[in-house]
Design a protein. Structure first.
Length: 151
């Protein structure tokens, strides 16, 4: 992606807000406020291999990024979410296979993912996706801040 390529597209936000500048400004400001929570959480959960939490925060973040017209970053977050669930499923399958009992939190997660068609997810994709997200999202925030000043 070269420096002239736009990462954001506020068309959906304009449509959703009825092109109401006040609503658009408020939503962009809220997103910018939430952004550090998303990036810090994603970094920390990935570094600590906390797949359930990584899946949860990327699930929460992806719709926010898409509303702001960051469709590629939204797609990236969706893939991270999917692979995180797959990794968690493999971990829980191994616990069960070794005849260990799941604790209450793991049992809740297992009940949510056991029938999903995600197995043997390849871990090598997650670091690449995390890197893409963490390098492209600050550029998107810069674009968003510029767009906010122009609203």
């Amino acid at each position: 992606m070269d420096s002239s390529t736009q990462i954001i597209d506020l068309a959906y936000l304009k449509e959703m807000s009825g092109n109401n500048k006040d609503i658009m400004v408020e939503m962009v400001e809220i997103f910018i406020e939430q952004y550090p929570e998303f990036t810090e959480g994603i970094s920390n959960y990935f570094e600590n291999k906390q797949w359930t939490q990584l899946g949860a925060i990327t699930h929460k973040a992806k719709s926010s990024f898409r509303i702001m017209g960051m469709s590629e970053l939204g797609d990236c977050l969706e893939k991270i979410e999917h692979y995180s669930k797959g990794n968690q499923k493999v971990i829980l399958q191994n616990i069960i296979k070794n005849n260990h009992k799941l604790d209450d939190e793991d049992l809740k997660v297992w009940n949510n993912i056991q029938y999903e068609d995600i197995n043997d997810i390849n871990l090598e994709y997650i670091p690449e996706l995390i890197h893409y997200f963490l390098t492209q999202s600050p550029k998107a925030i810069t674009e968003l801040e510029k767009a906010l000043r122009e609203l």
